[in-house]
Design a protein around this ligand. Sequence first.
Ligand code: ADP
Ligand code: ADP
Length: 229
Amino acid sequence: MSYVKIIEEYRRYYMGESTIVANNGISFEIEKGEFAIILGPSGAGKSTVLNILGGMDTPDEGHVFVDGIDIATYNSKKLTKYRREDVGFVFQFYNLVPNLTAKENVELATQISPNALDVDNVLEDVGLGDRKLNFPAQLSGGEQQRVAIARALAKNPKLLLCDEPTGALDYETGKQILKLLQDTCKNTGTTVIVITHNTAIAPMADRVIHIHNAKVRNIEVNAAPLPVE
Ligand code: ADP
Ligand code: ADP
């Protein structure tokens, strides 16, 4: 059974007289431990899918199974718990608390999580073992994104959801972050879902879900994804 399974999911926004259909019958599956990419141009409906998977938005129709449970049936209380405990988020901009150290930023996330991992180990895993007492302003963009990834992973989430995680980084630094995400899947079995408009990343993913005009256009499965290097 698939770890993530979305069946005929619709999300519409009503703006006065007009209706924007952001997701129009989206269906796809992702296996546990996969590095999956949701790829498509701006406005295609990618963030809407990610927001629904992350419990930040709810579909108008359809089923959204994560680890066997249909989160589309969750009320807001259950969704809040799901968001806090089961999902890690990584955004384009790192959203770190500026007056807390790297380690304190990660600890903040683990305080509300019952499955939390050892913060020092996670910081070590993302390559920040020797920078954990630095404040965000003392870290490079790539290092700040590593803190954000550590913060998300330290909850030991079912899903790590990343919205354009390399969007604010230069090419080389972005590559290192992609490599970290790819290695995270391989080494920890975490299911990672990245949304991007960058087609160059596709060969490095286990699965690429192409979204165009609110629909899934096609799905590629890479039996042997290229290592990021
Ligand atoms: P992408 O992430 O691929 O750029 P989005 O999922 O953000 O696409 O958006 C899909 C469509 O839904 C777009 O036309 C967008 O303007 C619209 N949309 C997204 N969020 C909202 C919202 N909260 N209210 C109204 N329209 C929205
Ligand atoms: P954009 O500016 O449209 O986001 P970029 O070309 O800057 O796209 O790529 C975004 C990130 O994806 C880069 O930071 C880079 O690290 C990574 N990337 C793109 N192409 C490759 C590639 N062929 N191999 C490895 N990483 C890549």
